[in-house]
Design a binder for this molecule. Structure first.
Ligand code: KIV
Ligand code: NA
Length: 269
């Protein structure tokens, strides 16, 4: 199976009568990418790895080097999905030129097909700058976690008329600027639906609507790795319980000296 491409993803917005939704999950490691690859259209190396892998308090502490190390691992572990790497906080907001240096490092050092950045109208010039120079950009509007301090928390966006209009304008601005797709996160459903209908690029929802052109979740959230997850997460598994139970069995056998057994030990001939 050949790897999907950015233009193929973009075309899916209008392809066929059924317009099958695009499937995206986060991936941070090579083995995780291998396991998810065949089920997905896109793998996102999200800066959510700050909290999920590194135990950081937010995504604001994530560095470009961290994103590049994990991006390269995910590209090595996949051969089918389009791999998209998040631009970390501080690496792109100052100017289109700053964004280009960060994005070009990501592209060259990971082999990913695209970058993702947070922001709407304020990032339109940057999105155009990168896109015109050969770097496909996925935008991210609505609840943008890198702006948690300005937003005052991770609550759903778009409950007021003013906020509703701003999110739609953000989505239209990034589409006009040349983004190949966008994530819309944590917005009241009517906004997600209106945005999906008003732009000609795929809108990938998270805490948005089943009527978006696709869905994304943080894989560890979806697998049930954490007790506390946002309302928009559905736990499809209980990997936390599985890991804990499995570690308990191992610990018990070690303490009972029943591991290692004959099968796991080398005996002289
Ligand atoms: O960092 C991330 O995982 C993301 C997705 C939740 C869209 O940006
Ligand atoms: Na992110």
């Amino acid at each position: 199976m050949k790897r999907l491409t950015v233009p193929a993803i973009q075309r899916r917005k209008f392809e066929g009568k059924t317009k099958e939704p695009l499937v995206m999950l986060t991936a941070y490691t090579a083995r995780q990418a291998q396991l998810l690859d065949q089920h997905c259209d896109m793998l996102l190396v999200g800066d959510s790895l700050g909290q999920v892998i590194y135990g950081l308090p937010s995504t604001l502490q994530v560095t470009l080097d961290m994103m590049i190390a994990h991006g390269a691992a995910v590209v090595r572990g996949s051969y089918h999905s389009v791999v998209i790497v998040d631009m970390p906080f501080g690496a792109y907001e100052a100017s289109p030129q700053q964004a280009f240096s960060a994005a070009s490092r990501i592209m060259a050092e990971t082999g990913a097909a695209a970058v993702k950045l947070e922001g709407g109208q304020a990032m339109a010039d940057t999105i155009a700058f990168l896109t015109q120079r050969g770097i496909p950009v996925m935008a991210h509007v609505g609840l943008t976690p890198q702006a948690v301090n300005a937003l005052g928390g991770y609550g759903a966006r778009g409950r007021s008329q003013e906020e509703h209009a701003k999110i739609i304008a953000d989505g239209q601005a990034v589409a006009d600027a040349g983004a190949f797709a966008m994530v819309v996160e944590g917005v009241v459903e009517p906004i997600a639906i209106a945005l999906t209908q008003s732009v000609e690029i795929p809108v990938i929802g998270i805490g948005a609507s089943a009527q978006c052109d696709g869905q994304v979740l943080v894989t560890e959230d979806m697998l049930g790795m954490f007790e506390r997850v946002p309302r928009f997460v559905k736990k499809y598994g209980d990997i936390a319980g599985f890991i804990s139970d499995t570690a308990a069995k191992y610990a018990e056998e070690v303490r009972a000296r029943t591991f290692p057994g004959l099968e796991q030990t080398y005996q002289p001939k």
